[in-house]
Design a protein around this ligand. Sequence first.
Ligand code: FPP
Length: 233
Amino acid sequence: MHAANIPAHIGIIMDGNGRWAKKRNQLRTQGHLEGLSRAKKIVKAASDMGIRYVTLYVFSTENWKRTAEEVSFIMGLVKQYLRSELAFFRENSIRIRHAGDMETLPPDIAGEIRDVCAATAGFPGLSVILALNYGGRNELVRAVKRILREQAEAEQITEDSIGLHLDNPDVPDPDLIIRTAGEFRTSNFLLWEAAYAEYYISDKLWPDWTEEDLAEALRAYGNRDRRFGGVRQ
Ligand code: FPP
């Protein structure tokens, strides 16, 4: 693929772990375990392809409605991922970042995220942004609060000033949002940032996703005609 057609930033809504497990008469948690193993492979592939940013939708502000067992299993997976992959992040110069509400995360998870973000902060390769306890509306509410704390005047509020108060203001907007498991919903993911993103929906469940599926999504993206509200020159 021509380098110009490779998106700088991809967001992925990793959906279908539960359905994958159900189809096999397994527990939903098994689907998440398999989902984590796919996430690792896709991160490696994205890093090898030279993609700059990948945002993974790991846990939304709405996911707290799930059973306590499922929530604590997913949090445990996050912890395990951050600890066991640190050497891999180093070898591949991968930087870990976070999007979402840190204040309402369990303190041990928040601490773990802060540690890995700090340990990888200088790495120049792919940035993996873990959207954890993330909701697009929640992010906007927190951004507005930050602006008000600076005692801004109403006239000072612009699209740029809102963008500068989001969780990762230096990260470019996503070019491509991938959603697996065939659902046509945004599910509160990167609401502000995805204003001009291309969407790619895959019918495959997340635990079935492979590097070849990522390559296919990138090919489809490469054929899109992005006009950002303008007209083709
Ligand atoms: C959506 O499937 C998946 C989640 C809410 C959890 C995603 C978590 C992982 C893939 C593991 C952790 C990953 C990292 C990178 C730390 P679902 O449960 O909503 O599936 P369903 O719609 O089929 O029920």
